[in-house]
Design a protein around this ligand. Structure first.
Ligand code: HEC
Length: 166
């Protein structure tokens, strides 16, 4: 018992990433999204980031899940926002965007695709009906600051994966 508690404690500490996740390549981006790129200058534009923060914190989506047996009204913050007591995302299974090892791998197109379409069979809903393309880029620009100590930074990392569907 004590042993399990100790392991849980250790694992809960860092912003680390499980070994399994680390080696698994990201899913290839569908062709329709392959050429999507952050508008020029937006990664570091303070106004854009501020607008993105507002979207992250206030925009909610009503959606169905579990074969339409349940509905929820949620926004990025209610899942990916950090629970300060537990120092982890509010909703279990929601990726922690403070982890650079995770975020540094996202290409612009991967990131945009995931937010637009959501992730099938998970709680991550698609936002393309709710947010415009510009709003999606804004929220991404804001989210990106989390892996850079909450500061604006260009998203230019050697770890970026560029695979697209054939
Ligand atoms: C109801 C909870 C929920 C909401 C609301 C939500 N997410 Fe997610 N999100 C998740 C979960 C769970 C995953 C992990 C899916 C998986 O297992 O691949 C995820 C995955 C993602 C990913 C892909 C991460 C990766 O590693 O591939 C991105 C990007 C993302 N969310 C951004 C957002 C943004 C931006 C918003 C708001 C516009 C948002 N999410 C709203 C739960 C949510």
């Amino acid at each position: 018992m004590l042993c399990i508690a100790a392991i849980t404690f250790i694992l809960g500490q860092g912003r680390a990433f499980s070994a399994e996740e680390k080696v698994k390549p990201l899913k290839p981006v569908p062709k329709a999204y392959a050429n999507k790129n952050m508008p020029k200058g937006w990664w570091t534009d303070l106004e854009i980031i501020e607008e993105g923060k507002k979207i992250f914190e206030t925009t909610v989506l009503e959606y169905e899940f579990k074969r339409k047996t349940r509905t929820a009204k949620e926004g990025c913050a209610t899942c990916h926002g950090i629970n300060p007591q537990k120092d982890r995302p509010k909703k279990r299974g929601s990726p922690d965007f403070r982890i650079g090892e995770r975020v540094n791998r996202f290409s612009d197109s991967y990131w945009f695709w995931r937010v637009s379409e959501g992730v099938a069979k998970t709680r991550m809903p698609g936002w393309k009906e709710k947010l415009t393309e510009a709003e999606i880029w804004k929220v991404i620009a804001y989210q990106h600051t989390w892996s850079h100590g909450n500061k604006p930074a260009i998203h230019d990392h050697k770890e970026i994966e560029h695979s697209t569907q054939k």
